[in-house]
Structures are given as C-alpha cells and as structure tokens.
Design a protein around this ligand. Structure first.
Ligand code: SF4
Length: 555
C-alpha cells in the first residue's frame, strides 16, 4: 500500500516537473520569437547623406555639400561647388564584422589625392560604453590619416583601444574590408590544415583532431603522434610591432617536448614577420626543448633571435610561452582555460546555491562577495542591450563563450525550474545590493500605492527597450541599465547614475533597484513566475510578440 502511494507520489512529482518544463519551454519560445522579430525588423537610422555631411563638415569646415556618387564614394564640395575630396562609408562590407555585440559603420574622408583626411563614426550597434571609449581615443582615429586609399585594404595590425578591443578592432577590420581586405570577419579565420604542421611529421600521413579551443591532436594510423597549440584558437594575442600573429606550437605525443614553432599568419609588418618565419624555418630555438625548460627560462629571448624584428620575435616567444602555460594549467585543471574555468565554476556554484537555496544569510553574503569580485574581474552581466544585440546580429560563439554560458544559465534555469538563480546568486549588481544592504540594520519598504506604482517600472522599461530595439531607434540601449559600468567603467552618466542611485537605495530599501527598476529582472521574473502554469502574463507576452511580428510584416 505504502509502496503504491510512494510510486503514485513519484508519478505526481514527475507530472509536475513535465508541466513546468513544458511551460518553461513555451516561455523561452516566446522570448526567442521576440528576439527573432527584432532580428527581422527593418534597421532604422543608418546612412543618410545629410547626417554624413554634418559629421564630415564638423571636422572639415570647408566642406559645404555632397555631390554625386562615383565608385562607391560621394564627392565633397566646398562653398563655390569646387570638389574638395571624397567620402566613403564602410557598410555594407563591414556589416558582418561584429564588435562586442554589433557592427559599426565608419566614414572615411579623402582629399583630392585620395589620401585620408579624417575618419569618423556613422553609426554603431555596439554597446554605448565601449563606443564612448573608442570615440574618446584620438590615437585610434588618427591611425589612418595620411594613408592612401590603396593602403587601407592592407590590414597590417591596427591601433586598438584597450578596454574596448572588440569594438575598436571590429571598426578597424571594417575599414580594411571596405577597401579590399578579405576575411576580415575574423582575424585568423582560416581552419588549421594538416599542411601547416606536416613538416614536423615527415613520412607520416597525419590528420588533426580538435581537442579543445585551439588545441589539436595529431593522429596517424589511429594513434596520437603529436599535439598542436594554436594561439588564435586559444585566445593568445601577444602584440608585435604593429599587430598580433597566429602562432602554432607543435609537440610530441605526450606534450612534453616541443618539436617546433610556426607562424601561420600575422598582422605585424610583413618584413618583420617574414624574417621571423625564415628564422623559425632554419634556426628554431624552441625545437627539441622540454616544455618545462621553456617555461622556466628567465631570459627567453634566446629561443628566437631575429635582428631588426625583435618586437615581432618577442611577441612570438611570449605567445609560445603563454600557450604552453595555459596548456599546462588546463591539463592540471582538467583541460579548461583557467579564466574560463573560474568563470564557469562561479556560474555553476551560483546555480547550485540558487537551486538548493542553502547557506542561509551568511552563505548568501559570502557568495555575494564572490559574485561582486567576479563581476569586477570579468565585467560580465546579462543585460537587455546584450540580449538584443545578439538577437539583431548573432554572436561570435568562441569570443563570448563564458558570457553565453552565463546568459544560458540566467534564462534557461529559471524557465525550467522556476528558480531565478541568476538574480538570487550570480548577478554581480544584485550581489552588490546585498552587500550594500548589510550596512544598515534598519530597513524600509515601499507600501501601498507607492509599491504598486513602482513595481511596474521594470516592466515598463523592459517594454520600452524592446520597442526601441524593434523600431531600430539607434539609441544606446545599454544606457537604460547600470551593467555596462561593470565592464567599461564610468563612461556614460546615465548608467553611472542608475548604478549609484541603485546602490545607495539598497542601503535602505532591500534590493531596491531589483524590485523597482531592473528590466532584466522583469524578463527573468516573466520566465520564473507561476512555474508549470500559464497565466495572464503569458498571454500578454504572446500578444506583444504577435504585435511585433505584425510590425515586421506590415509596419
Ligand atoms: S533584478 Fe537586475 S540587478 Fe537585480 S539581480 Fe536581477 S538582473 Fe541583477
């Protein structure tokens, strides 16, 4: 009897779970349909000749008008109608080149000799904070000035802006793509072929099997005969005189002894990296050395001496040592890049604590310290600008893998379990509010009408942000949340103001920003509410998505 009751209750538990999963999948489907509508919606803003003229004449005051188009460029005219030069924009060639969350379009103005006079920004779909960092970096914009049109298509290692590398690098690649460079969607996009490593395995027919990001096993006759590390795949990008290089390290089957080092490609100046390639071919100082020996060497310059190209050679040495170091660390940690490993461990631990709800007040406080530290270190947060950027432009999976994993956890776990583990444990901004709240014993709460009005604010801002994205407003949507401050610092006043007000409020009003301001929190609330049961909110959400699709088709 008790056995039958037990199996009956188990069936009930499973029925409940399946109901929850079905509703969770339905809600995720609604979210995906909304993202797809944003992707399909017509892009607003973009190129308009008037706007472009305004931007050019702001830095080149003699320009008063734009003439006709020739060879993809518009003529720039002075007051008397005389030609002063030309202007080109980087779209559509740069349209597929992603920065942090989206592409950027630049304009390039030439004088009559087709030498670059000014470069500026037409429009960008990247995050506002990264964009501001790039806009404020004069050296970045000056790098093209004086160069001839033909030289722009040579992507020989651009100046990038530290802290906004993805955004600035994408812009520079966009300029190169517009003027003829190929393969700019990724610096080193070519697959690693057997031909690149065959010389270290003479007389063998070898094949490459990818073991991890940028790590390969070399197989021959069904057995492993070597290992290969590739810098671009491992995210190692030591910079030489002008740019980064794509380096491979070939090792024996056990990964103990280096067979040799090769330079696949480079954004450094050609004469320099050409010399390094030659040197590696005939006098590879790494060949035959044990990995430990290379890592232990204090003065590593002796491994690769190339007179006249010491910076390029130094970058190759640095890349080799960094790859070996990471490989060693990954082996020790079970094959995962340590930074990615730490990030994933943090997210996984937050997920576990959030699901189990264990640890009490102290545990929550302790994990809040971890999440704030991780937020400051990695700068990763799930925000609407990022979700909408991915919806609009897709993403570079390898570049944003840990952030993608975190977003997956933030969205999928609440939908499937009904527990909002991201807000309760992982979100660094939520954690910072927990810590801020621990300063004061006496706490306040909004009551009655104030509470009822204020709790609608996150939903209203969520709707407004998505509507603006759908309309292609071009407004910096990241300004509507405080999260970008965690990754790019104090770049824009609005996110800084929201962050400051939210943290100060949290001292008196527990999780004030979470309850009364956060649109991302509202989205996660939608995924979590009434697990296993469809409610009015679900029908409203479906109605809004239908409206969005109506706008896409008929708007
Ligand atoms: S509500 Fe917003 S700020 Fe608060 S924890 Fe959730 S995502 Fe973070």
């Amino acid at each position: 009897m008790s056995c039958a009751r037990k199996s009956g209750s188990e069936v009930g538990v499973w029925r409940g779970r399946i109901r929850r999963w079905r509703v969770g999948l339905f809600r995720l489907g609604v979210l995906v349909a909304a993202m797809w509508a944003v992707r399909a919606a017509p892009v607003g803003g973009g190129r308009d000749a008037g706007g472009l003229l305004e931007k050019v004449s702001a830095v080149w005051p003699e320009v008063r008008a734009m003439g006709g188009e020739r060879e993809g460029m518009f003529e720039l005219l002075g007051e008397d109608g005389a030609g002063l030069g030309w202007v080109a924009t980087t779209f559509p060639e740069a349209e597929g080149i992603q920065g942090y969350v989206g592409p950027s379009e630049l304009w390039v103005a030439f004088d009559l000799d087709r030498r670059v006079r000014h470069v500026g920004l037409v429009a960008s779909e990247d995050t506002a904070g990264h964009l501001r960092m790039v806009e404020g970096d004069a050296g970045f914009w000056r790098q093209w000035v004086g160069r001839g049109e033909m030289a722009l298509g040579i992507s020989d290692g651009p100046v990038v802006v530290s802290g906004a590398t993805l955004t600035s690098e994408a812009m520079a690649r966009g300029v190169a793509a517009r003027f003829g460079a190929e393969g700019m969607e990724s610096w080193f996009s070519a697959r690693l072929g057997v031909g690149a490593v065959a010389r270290w395995f003479p007389g063998m027919e070898v094949a490459l099997e990818e073991e991890g990001r940028g790590i390969y096993q070399v197989m021959s006759g069904g057995r492993r005969v070597g290992r290969v590390l590739r810098s671009s795949g491992m995210g190692v990008s030591a910079r030489g005189f002008q740019g980064v290089s794509d380096v491979v390290v070939v090792m024996d089957a056990d990964g103990e002894v280096v067979s040799g080092v090769g330079l696949l490609d480079s954004r450094d100046n050609q004469p320099y990296w050409g010399d390094v390639v030659e040197e590696l071919k005939y006098a590879d100082g790494f060949a035959g050395k044990r990995v430990e020996e290379i890592l232990a060497e204090e003065d590593a310059s002796g491994f690769l001496l190339v007179s006249g190209a010491s910076m390029t050679a130094g970058a190759v040495i640095e890349s080799v040592r960094e790859m070996l170091r990471r490989d060693r660390m990954a082996e020790a940690e079970g094959g995962v890049d340590w930074e990615v490993g730490v990030a994933l461990a943090w997210v996984a631990a937050g997920c576990l604590f959030g699901l189990r709800g264990k640890g009490g007040k102290r545990g929550r406080w302790g994990f809040a310290v971890v999440s704030v530290a991780a937020g400051l270190w990695f700068g990763w947060m799930v925000g609407q600008d990022q979700v909408l950027g991915w919806a609009r432009h897709g993403m570079d999976w390898s570049a944003v893998f840990p952030l993608l994993a975190m977003t997956g956890v933030a969205l999928v776990v609440p939908a499937m379990t009904g527990k909002n583990v991201y807000c309760s444990r992982i979100c660094p901004h939520g954690a910072a509010q927990v810590l801020a709240g621990s300063f004061m014993k006496r706490r306040f709460a909004l009551r009655g009408r104030w509470h009822r009005v204020m709790e609608r604010v996150p939903w209203a801002s969520l709707l407004a942000i998505w509507a603006l994205a759908l309309l292609g407003s071009g407004l910096p949507l990241s300004d509507a949340e405080p999260f970008e401050v965690w990754s790019v610092g104090f770049q824009a006043w609005l996110p800084v103001a929201i962050l400051t007000v939210g943290l100060v409020a949290a001292v008196f009003l527990p999780q004030g920003y979470c309850h009364y301001g956060c649109p991302t929190g509202a989205l996660l609330k939608f995924l979590t509410h009434s697990p296993g049961r469809l409610t009015r909110r679900d029908f409203v959400a479906v109605g809004l998505v239908v409206l969005a699709w109506g706008f896409v088709f008929f708007g």
